[in-house]
Design a protein around this ligand. Structure first.
Ligand SMILES: Cc1ncc(C[n+]2csc(CCOP(=O)(O)OP(=O)(O)O)c2C)c(N)n1
Ligand SMILES: [Mg+2]
Length: 797
């Protein structure tokens, strides 16, 4: 017999007997509704004996983590009520979705947002039925769940999101549950260090709760099986003050939880007070809680003769043979009735009023907290006029400029313009200066709450540039920051952004889903600058060469992703301005940091970026129909393509060449595939179907084919790009190794233009000689040929 109500005699603690009974009833109600969601489609209040007709045909969901989450929620509710806290939840084991749905239902948020799930018997039935039902609600703490900014489907990111939410939100408390299995992941392991970046005066508080229910899907967890003292030491080593709550008797646990939470929240308040009123600027040891409770707490203890509660067997659906085994159905009914639904809900199916009082009201309810629907709070970013930072073009390609350094000027101005709003941060894995946007740090500094030494520069507890050598932290902090209604920018080495491939997948899913949820308001875009690019890893070599993040992003929904490869500083400024103002996208900007030729005056740059791709008439020598199109995308490929145009002109003076540059990769796709796609007529005007096009691309060449395979001239498109030939060598040799160099592009053009068929043999020989000359020179001198290195676009057009 399962006995899930607290006994009459209350144990010692801060809760009155009445309050204890109320909170326990609330917890039972949440547990009841959680089990009901997993199992039932009818008979929601067990008005009649349970039959198989009441049970869903497919039993999907996760019970094991859920009672612990429900327990926490009811205790957070007390704290919110008593202290008027502005609090949101983040649930690492997001597979405990039924618990959060149940709680937001009990507090009333759910029915306010979804009126068809009313607070009555019929509403409960619908609530049960929709869960894990085709086109119903997901089993995780998904975008559909009120109060959530974190799905928790992919484990590892709860704590980093929590900190991202807390930055610059001094009144906010973020309660974050970390699964003990989740705690084994790399991103979560490093997330503990976020406390070295949280300023108690200007940021909110994060309360990490390590949910030590002992098990994952099929195994014990590491942290549950090390000595408790070692675990506490680990937390102390991370800089926290650990509190532990352990047990399973509900009455005792409620009292102890209330007492510990009172201590913890007093501690948080004291830390904030001394930082804010007394100006204490040291890094505090923030409290964290280790909650050790049985997995599947209050559920079936033994099923088919095997222990379930407090084992990994409680992870998903503890009784899963209802149709085959009448004993399972009986046990389910017994389990559900153990929560005493008749004491919890009135005859109409509404939670009894005195129990409902255990929840806070109005906006204080976690399901209604605006911080978890960041678009509601989003203020437009003030972006100063990017034209003020334009590079003056004194002859195309005549001077070299580090394009990202120019972007740094704009970012600095953006940072300054939004200092009063405190809603813009820049993130980077120790590469902000290396990527040459370091000016953004000037005046505001880099966030740092750990110790400083006299030798340190620009570190500050109030810094707004966040640098930590973890791409996971940069990504997760930024996501948390954006999801709570702020703006940000992430710069990263191109090759290493892959570390967060999976995180960006999840963020893209969140954006896609929330786009279709009317009550979720659009948030600021996630903006990436990838620099330190594949072509210019002069000293780092192969490990630092990988342009594949573009391919990765391209798999995402067209309404979520934008990819730009500005060929110079002015186009970079224009693109960045656009990205910073946009909403609900993932914007990828790929731009070099090395000194490179500059092509477009600002007016042309803006027009070019607006079109997305276009003919560079100044570099072309045919107004009418060309014989060959030399296309390029990316800064190094653009330079090689233009150098090839010069070589072609030298060899075949009357060849009609058109130069096309692509800045917005999505413009290549048909309009049916992406809103930025050119319509077919316009595309055919630029790439005439019967004219060969040689395309020099920054990334993997097959990506261009993937984008253009439906275009009319696809058979005539010959793409060169990075084909995984990398090493430590000169910039031009990287081009030669991957056959994207000017000599190759020249030969490609001669090969494809029918009129030049007689010249192919000679051109091939010329190509071999040029490459030989280059190889010998590089081997001998350790540098590129002077005529390559010092090449300039001729003529000041
Ligand atoms: C990154 C990742 N790897 C694997 C999984 C599959 N998975 C889902 S739940 C789970 C166990 C989680 O254990 P824990 O964090 O302890 O959560 P709880 O015990 O509270 O259910 C695993 C491995 C996942 N969701 N995400
Ligand atoms: Mg666990």
């Amino acid at each position: 017999m399962i006995e899930n109500a607290v006994s009459e005699t209350t144990s010692q603690g801060p809760l009155t007997a009445e309050m204890l009974a109320k909170m326990d009833a609330y917890w039972r109600a949440a547990n009841y509704l959680s089990v009901g969601q997993i199992y039932l489609k009818d008979n929601p209040l067990l008005d009649r004996p349970l039959t198989l007709d009441d049970v869903k045909p497919r039993l999907l969901g996760h019970w094991g983590t859920t009672p612990g989450l429900n327990f926490l929620y009811v205790h957070w509710n007390r704290l919110i009520r008593e202290r008027g806290l502005n609090m949101i939840y983040l649930i690492g084991p997001g597979h405990g979705g039924p618990g959060l749905v149940a709680n937001t239902y009990l507090e009333g948020s759910y029915s306010e947002i979804y009126p068809y799930i009313g607070q009555d018997r019929d509403g409960i039935k619908r609530l049960f039925r929709q869960f894990s039902w085709p086109y119903g609600v997901p089993s995780h703490v998904a975008p559909e769940t009120p109060g959530s900014i974190h799905e928790g489907g992919e484990l590892g990111y709860s704590l980093v999101h929590a900190y991202g939410a807390a930055f610059d939100n001094p009144s906010l408390i973020v309660a974050c549950v970390v699964g003990d299995g989740e705690a084994e992941t790399g991103p979560l392991a490093t997330s503990w260090h976020s406390n070295k970046f949280l300023n108690p005066a200007t940021d909110g508080a994060v309360l990490p709760i390590l949910h030590l229910n002992g098990y994952k899907i099929a195994n014990p967890t590491v942290l549950a099986r090390i000595p408790h003292a070692e675990l506490e030491d680990l937390m102390r080593g991370y800089g926290y003050e650990p509190y532990t709550l352990e047990g399973h008797d509900p009455a005792v646990m409620h009292q102890q939880a209330a007492a510990i939470f009172d201590k913890i929240f007093d501690r948080i308040a004291a830390i904030q007070k001394s930082a804010r009123a007394d100006g204490v600027s040291e890094r505090p040891a923030w409290p964290m809680l280790i909650l050790r409770t049985p997995k599947g707490w209050t559920g079936p203890k033994i099923v088919d003769g095997k222990p379930v509660e407090n084992t990994w067997r409680a992870h998903q659906v503890p009784l899963d043979k209802l149709r085959e085994n009448p004993e399972h159905l009986r046990q389910l009914e017994e389990w559900m009735r153990s929560y005493k639904p008749e004491e919890l809900f009135d005859s109409k199916g509404r939670l009894h009023e005195d129990i409902a009082e255990a929840a806070p009201k109005g906006r204080l309810r976690m399901g209604m907290n605006a911080h978890a629907n960041g678009g509601l709070l989003l203020q437009p970013l003030k972006v100063p006029n990017f034209r003020d930072f334009a590079v003056k073009i004194n002859g195309r390609g005549s001077e070299d400029v580090e394009s990202t350094r120019v972007l740094g000027h704009l970012l600095h101005a953006v940072m300054q313009a939004n200092l009063d709003q405190k809603n813009f941060r820049v993130f980077g894995p120790d590469e902000t200066a290396s990527n040459r946007i370091g000016e953004v740090i000037t005046g505001t500094g880099k966030t740092w709450m750990a110790a400083t030494l006299p030798v340190d520069e620009q570190l500050s507890p109030t810094g707004r540039v966040m640098e930590v050598l973890s791409e996971h932290l940069c990504q997760g902090w930024l996501e948390g920051y954006l999801l709570t209604g702020r703006h940000g920018f992430f710069s990263c080495y191109e090759a290493f952004i892959h570390i967060v491939d999976s995180m960006v997948n999840q963020h893209a899913k969140w954006l896609k889903t929330t786009r279709e949820i009317p009550w979720r308001k659009p948030i600021a875009s996630l903006n990436y600058l990838l620099s330190s690019l594949v072509w210019r890893q002069d000293h780092n070599g192969f490990s630092h060469q990988d342009p594949g993040f573009i391919d990765h992003l391209l798999n995402k929904k067209a309404d979520v992703v934008r990819i730009y490869l500005p060929p110079d500083a002015n186009t970079l400024l224009s693109v960045a301005d656009h990205c910073l103002r946009s909403r609900h996208y993932i914007n990828l900007i790929v731009a070099g940091k090395q000194p490179a030729p500059q092509w477009l005056p600002m007016d042309e740059a803006v027009a070019h970026c607006t079109r997305g791709l276009g003919i560079w008439q100044w570099a072309s020598n045919s107004e009418g129909k060309p014989e060959v199109v030399m296309a390029c995308c990316g800064d190094v490929p653009t330079m090689e393509a233009l150098a090839a145009v010069c070589l072609l002109r030298e060899r075949i003076g009357d060849l009609r060449i058109r130069v096309v540059n692509v800045v917005d990769l999505m413009a290549l796709q048909p309009q049916s595939e992406h809103p930025h796609g050119l319509d077919d007529e316009e595309y055919d005007e630029i790439f005439p179907p019967d004219v060969p096009a040689i395309f020099a691309f920054h990334g993997y060449p097959w990506l261009i084919h993937r984008l253009t395979y439906r275009r009319h001239n696809h058979d005539n498109l010959h793409v060169r790009g990075y084909k995984e030939e990398g090493t430590t060598t000169t910039p031009f040799d990287m081009c030669v190794l991957n056959n994207i160099d000017r000599f190759q592009l020249t030969l490609d053009a001669i090969r494809r233009v029918p009129r030049l068929s007689g010249q192919v043999g000679a051109a091939q020989q010329w190509y071999s000689e040029e490459v030989q000359r280059h190889k010998l020179y590089v081997a001998e001198n350790g540098d590129d040929l002077p005529d390559v290195k010092d090449w300039r676009w001729p003529g000041n057009q």
